[in-house]
Design a protein around this ligand. Structure first.
Ligand SMILES: [Zn+2]
Length: 337
């Protein structure tokens, strides 16, 4: 049976497994779909099955226990994880080639090329999981491409990303794309309630998460909620300094400042899309905030300039501009509507 800790994606998982058992998975896979819906977990499950004493990802045996550790190791007997590192959040060429960390010291895992040349455990394949694959830069992506084009026998690459458009085109075209859909609301909520979420939060948690587990941690959810409410306040006419706090990046966060802006800007786009939806007589996706959305939609404002400003700001994020002026600009455009 499948691991009970993995919610959703059952038809897709069964299809992948059947193909894999029939030897019909060749080369590399690219898992795409929204953030936080369990793409990585599905990839891990394929590797876990082979290490499982029951060959089933039972979740109970000693083999499965390796995969259930709170902090999953970078190297398991049949699995190598490649993840972004450092504040810039990039997968660097050293990680692919030699497995060195950003200071040039040997890391706790080997590089992809060395690791892929090792013999896998009996009856196992080698799985190389590239998490957040859009974080490969050009040089690390190109090095990976070489290995991926001619993988050693019994080796599977799985690249996971919620931003496939940011992945090198050459890599994208070498992989078979497996698109994932968001979880159904009851599937996502089942995980949330196991994590201690109370029924009173269900409406808002589900609306913000859109079938993902991105906001499983309360802090992440509260932050997104505060960001949404800051945009609402700005649309209602509040002044930028008074309400923009939650939109600004956290100085101590591990993520680069510009990357922290992605979430509030995406939330704004969802909010503006909802306002347009209400104006067109359709129900909003952010229904729990309807009492604040409805009056904003009713005044007949045009939200296109705000939308364009938010899209423009998102396009500029990789250039690492400073956060506050960028957000001020968007807030100004909202007023202009
Ligand atoms: Zn097991």
């Amino acid at each position: 049976m499948f691991s009970t800790t993995l919610a959703g994606h059952r038809p897709l998982r069964e299809r992948l497994l059947a193909r894999f058992q029939a030897g019909r998975i060749r080369g590399s896979l690219l898992f795409t779909g929204p953030e936080g819906i369990g793409k990585r977990r599905v990839a891990l499950e394929l590797a876990q099955r082979e290490i499982c004493f029951r060959r089933s990802a039972c979740g109970q045996c000693e083999g499965c226990r390796l995969f259930d550790a709170g902090e999953l190791p970078f190297e398991l007997p049949n699995l190598l994880r490649v993840t972004p590192e450092g504040k810039a959040g990039v997968i660097r060429i050293d990680q692919i080639r030699e497995g060195l960390d950003s200071t040039g010291q040997p890391r706790f895992s080997r590089g992809v090329i060395e690791w892929a040349s090792l013999a896998p455990p009996p009856r196992c394949h080698r799985w190389i999981l590239v998490e957040e694959a859009h974080r490969l830069n050009e040089s690390s992506g190109n090095i990976l491409l070489k290995t991926l084009e001619e993988p050693p026998a019994e080796t599977h690459f799985i690249l996971v990303t919620h931003r496939p458009e940011a992945l090198l085109q050459t890599l994208r075209s070498r992989c078979e794309r497996i698109p994932f859909s968001p979880l159904a609301e009851p599937e996502a909520w089942e995980v949330a309630s196991r994590h201690g979420w109370a029924d009173a939060d269900r409406g808002r948690w589900s609306a913000l998460g859109e079938g993902s587990l991105r906001f499983l941690e309360e802090e992440a959810f509260r932050r997104a909620e505060a960001q949404l409410e800051a945009w609402l306040a700005l649309l209602e006419g509040a002044s930028f300094p008074a309400v923009a706090g939650p939109l600004l990046p956290e100085k101590e966060a591990t993520q680069a400042q510009s990357e922290q802006l992605r979430q509030p800007l995406e939330l704004l786009l969802r909010l503006l899309a909802d306002l347009a939806r209400i104006q067109a007589g359709a129900p909003p996706a952010l229904a729990p905030w309807m009492d604040r959305l409805a009056p904003l939609a009713a005044v007949g404002r045009d939200f296109r300039s705000g939308q364009e400003a938010a899209l423009e700001a998102l396009r500029h994020l990789p250039r690492n501009l400073s956060a506050e002026p960028l957000l001020r600009e968007v807030a100004l455009a909202l007023r202009a509507g």
